[in-house]
Design a protein around this ligand. Structure first.
Ligand code: AKB
Length: 312
């Protein structure tokens, strides 16, 4: 029987992934952990423990005690927060991964999931339809840690046969749990502010066109990748996945089709420079060809879902 451990279960991806995995397996098979108190939406849905992703001893203990076979490591410092304290972001992002990879080999874990991001790309990368294998020169500490992590995942697979799988997420848009310090977070804030005050001051510039994805698609992609037969996983770096791209003025125009009085203005800060380094659209043909990935949410469908759920 598979037994799954989620590290960072109270974050933006963690809450929804925990709930989805508990539905796909059973509540008792999915152990949620985070350094924080249990998220409201997880309460009563299955086992929960406090775990610091940097604490290798505690991690090994819980893996042995619970007879864990698969681990999803979601704890990370994202792009915007990472730039405020680069050394700390590097330590957290790398140490949590490296100790898990070692434990994975030692304890013969069946599978590990570790997310990467479009932040691996930089200004030297072609901006349109960015291919999975292209010029990769990340410019944030978050992007550097994600690219280094991808290489380490591939190394542990090639050298020790560890089954590590990974996706490069675009900006993720969700309503259940709050995002944590990313550059693409504006695309969530904008919905909250549209409903609260009817106005949003965007921290990115007009024209900051970025790849994005609704959380339902991201969760489905993650589980589909992890459930795919091993022979279909041809990349042991990280798969590009894609759903939609838009600029702040385009998402504002879409919100206006629901809330005609909604207005937006722009006060770009340091996050604009991060956004300028990232691609505008992503080529996910490898994920489509290898394990059948296909997105379901475009801008219109996503905005409708966000506003419907946030209103209620
Ligand atoms: C961020 O903005 O840092 C993240 C990401 C694109 O990985 N949402």
């Amino acid at each position: 029987m598979e037994k799954i451990l989620i590290i960072g279960a109270c974050g933006q991806i963690g809450v929804e992934l925990t709930l989805a995995l508990r539905k796909a397996y059973s509540n008792q098979q999915v152990i949620a952990t985070d350094i924080r108190e249990e998220h409201e939406l997880l309460k009563g849905t299955g086992p929960y423990a406090i775990l610091n992703a940097m604490d290798a001893t505690a991690l090994l203990e819980i893996i042995r005690k619970e007879k864990i076979t698969q681990v999803y490591l979601l704890a990370a410092v994202l792009s915007a927060t990472g730039e405020k304290d680069p050394k700390r972001a590097w330590d957290i992002n790398m140490q949590s991964l490296m100790q898990l990879l070692d434990i994975g080999v030692q304890e013969k874990l069946h599978k590990i999931y570790w997310p990467s991001s479009i932040a691996v790309f930089g200004t030297s990368t072609p901006k349109q339809n960015t291919h999975q294998k292209t010029i990769i020169e990340p410019q944030t500490v978050y992007g550097i840690s994600k690219y280094a992590g991808e290489l380490w995942c591939q190394y542990y697979h090639d050298r020790w046969g560890l089954d590590v799988r990974s996706l490069r997420y675009p900006g993720l848009i969700s309503w259940k749990s709050a995002p944590g310090g990313g550059t693409t977070d504006y695309a969530i804030e904008i919905f909250h502010e549209a409903l609260r005050s009817g106005h949003y001051t965007c921290f990115l510039e007009k024209g900051a066109y970025l790849p994005m994805m609704y959380m339902d698609d991201a969760i489905r992609a993650t589980i589909e990748l992890m459930e795919s037969p091993v022979e279909k996983i041809k990349s042991r770096m990280s798969y590009n996945i894609s759903a939609m791209s838009f600029s702040p003025e385009e998402i504002a125009a879409e919100i206006r089709t629901h809330l005609p009085n909604f207005s937006i203005d722009y006060a770009p800060d340091f996050r604009q420079k991060i956004a300028e380094g990232w691609p505008q659209s992503i080529d996910d043909s490898a994920a489509k060809a290898d394990w059948g990935w296909k997105s379901e949410f475009d801008l219109k469908k996503m905005a409708n879902e966000m506003l419907t759920h946030l209103k209620s």
